[in-house]
Write a protein that binds this ligand. Structure first.
Ligand SMILES: Cc1cc2nc3c(=O)[nH]c(=O)nc-3n(C[C@H](O)[C@H](O)[C@H](O)COP(=O)(O)O)c2cc1C
Length: 167
């Protein structure tokens, strides 16, 4: 599957089969994350690989919807605190690096037939406690990784005429 096809096929999957994710596929996903561009090549991100088996009730405290823990794996994207690049005018770019890493993960997972969903609306304090994270990591987002049991919803997007500004 080429990038264009992966972009077209990706959608936020909010329902997963319990089927395991093959180790080789997880490895490909992690290697795609490793290749993500980062500001000044700082690579200040860290990826939490979190198997859900046997700990769904605990992990669900982080984000309540049932589908959050249906897939066999959750990935958490973090930036090492104070290691993300800051522009001279003070603009912080660590979150941008994290988003690019997540996009590499999500598009690669899609190309391998796997479903994902960005999750930013989680409880940070609970996540830090459950995952025993210390204060050196800034947890940005999660995604489940697994096989979808739901179909894509209808896509709603603004027209390019609204989204693009030619100057
Ligand atoms: C930064 C970010 C955070 C998001 N957080 C959540 C979330 O917490 N829960 C959720 O169900 N979807 C979340 N989403 C998914 C969006 O709702 C979804 O991408 C959007 O509605 C478009 O739908 P699509 O992904 O199926 O194309 C998030 C997406 C992004 C980019």
């Amino acid at each position: 599957m080429d990038v264009r096809e992966a972009i077209e096929q990706r959608y936020s999957v909010r329902g997963y089969k319990p089927d395991l994710v093959e180790d080789e596929k997880l490895q490909q996903i992690l290697e795609a994350a490793q290749l993500a561009p980062t500001c000044v090549n700082l690579q200040a991100f860290r990826i939490l690989v979190i198997p859900t088996a046997g700990r769904q009730e605990q992990l669900k405290q982080i984000y309540k919807p049932e589908w959050f823990v249906e897939a066999p794996l959750l990935l958490g994207i973090c930036i090492v605190k104070e290691k993300g690049w800051v522009r001279r005018d003070g603009r912080y770019y660590g979150d941008v690096d994290a988003a690019i890493v997540m996009d590499h993960i999500i598009l690669t997972a899609t190309s391998l037939g796997l479903g994902t969903c960005w999750v930013a609306a989680f409880k940070l304090d609970v996540a830090k406690a459950v995952l025993e994270l210390d204060d050196t990591l800034d947890l940005i987002a999660f995604t489940p990784i697994g096989y979808a049991r739901t179909l894509p919803p209808e896509r709603t997007r603004k027209p390019l005429t609204e989204l693009v500004i030619y100057k």
